[in-house]
Design a protein around this ligand. Structure first.
Ligand SMILES: [Zn+2]
Length: 392
């Protein structure tokens, strides 16, 4: 179903049965084919619906086990069988975007891509389903244009799959069950479809087989962290890139003739700019973000980190700095620094750079508010600091 070849440059980082992660890197949207967790948990996903009568049949089975799943809807189907859609929303399942007419997105214009995703998004919203930032490209075909458009429409995850049940080929109920149970692994995303009757017949045995093996079943969006409203924020991927890691990156850049500003352990705009120039020279995606590719290219040892508190997919476990998009800009950081200063907490200079001093200011504020003290400026802090959430 997916014929794209992995990028040889990324090959060492691609795990078996993970598709070509990050072949198309667009800031702010991440391609995942597995939730990066060591927990025994999997997500069930159903594409191409809603569908009569099988969606309702699935809902009854899921309800019997008290489970929630993730449906990737197609707009024309929502219009065709709205009562099935309504039942999904009423049962509290997650609904992601699978376009309006299920085209090959890589073969149509960017305007049509936009209208495909936007139309489906509106129809989902018309059904009263809460927005979750999950997009799945039909047939798993996507490119950087598709990702940019999806990202501009607020999607944070380009969702592929770990286990393809091949249920769309009607291989037989036991074969579908076997596919899932043989491919079971922590964080697996199971791809199924809403329209094959065999999927409905297979579902109870799939669920029981998964549970018997000690796995939990959770909706995908909830595994990928809190639903993030569409506003700019600073979210540092974990394992964290620490001050000393930034220093070694800055030193490596200097050695190669790129000026990262001061070698001060602050990953601010100047360091990011130097990284971008370096990326350009190396033919890497010039996004100013340091991760495994840049470590390798700079010949800096990948700093091993702690297990992530947020399950952001990364093909390795290096500490890294990843600013999610929509970006929190310099002026947003300055607003945070100002607000901290107003509350008697020293965030360092009000310079729009979210460095160690700002992070420790945030940590002090988190301590005062009884929040987790991780120094990361997250969305729940905007209201606490009485700053308007900057629209992205
Ligand atoms: Zn599909």
């Amino acid at each position: 179903m997916d014929s794209m070849e992995p990028d040889p440059k990324l090959a060492p980082f691609i795990k078996p049965n993970v598709l070509q992660e990050q072949q198309y890197r667009v800031d702010g949207i991440t391609t995942i084919s597995r939730v990066p967790t060591t927990d025994k948990v999997v997500a069930l996903t159903f594409d191409d619906g809603p569908y009569r009568p099988y969606t309702r049949d699935k809902l009854a089975i899921l309800a019997r086990y008290g489970l929630r799943a993730t449906f990737f809807w197609v707009g024309t189907q929502i219009k065709a069988v709205p009562e099935q859609a309504e039942a999904v929303v009423a049962a509290g399942h997650e609904v992601g975007n699978h376009t309006n007419t299920h085209p090959y997105l890589t073969r149509i214009s960017s305007d049509r891509i936009r209208s495909e995703i936007q139309t489906c998004k509106s129809l989902i919203s018309d059904q009263g389903a809460p927005f979750i930032p999950l997009f799945r490209p039909p047939y798993g075909f996507y490119n950087s244009v598709v990702m940019s458009v999806a990202q501009n429409l607020g999607y944070l995850w380009n969702v592929l799959w770990t286990i393809d049940t091949l249920d769309y080929t009607s291989p037989g109920v036991s074969r579908i069950v076997q596919k899932v149970l043989q491919g079971l692994q922590p964080g697996a995303i199971v791809l199924m479809h809403d329209w094959p009757s065999q999927t409905v017949s297979a579902l109870p045995a799939i669920i029981e087989g998964i549970l018997e093996r000690g796995y939990r079943i959770e909706p995908l969006g909830s595994l990928l962290g809190p639903v993030i409203p569409y506003c700019r924020h600073l979210w540092v991927a974990s394992p964290y890139l620490r001050g000393e890691d930034v220093v070694s990156v800055q030193q490596a850049l200097l050695k190669r003739g790129f000026d990262p500003g001061a070698v001060d352990g602050v990953y601010g705009p100047r360091t990011a700019g130097a990284v971008r120039l370096f990326q350009q020279q190396e033919g890497l995606h010039p996004d100013g973000v340091v991760d495994h590719e840049e470590y390798q290219a700079l010949n800096v040892e990948c700093p091993a980190g702690q297990p992530p508190p947020y399950p952001i997919y990364r093909p390795d476990q290096c500490r890294q700095l990843q600013v999610t998009s929509p970006y929190m800009r310099g002026e947003d950081v300055a607003a945070v620094q100002n607000a901290l200063g107003d509350r008697g907490i020293n965030p360092g200079p009000v310079d729009g750079i979210y460095g160690p001093q700002s992070a420790s200011g945030v940590r002090a504020f988190q301590q005062r508010e009884g929040l987790e003290q991780d120094g990361i400026f997250k969305l729940d802090m905007y209201p606490l600091l009485m700053i308007n959430c900057p629209g992205g």
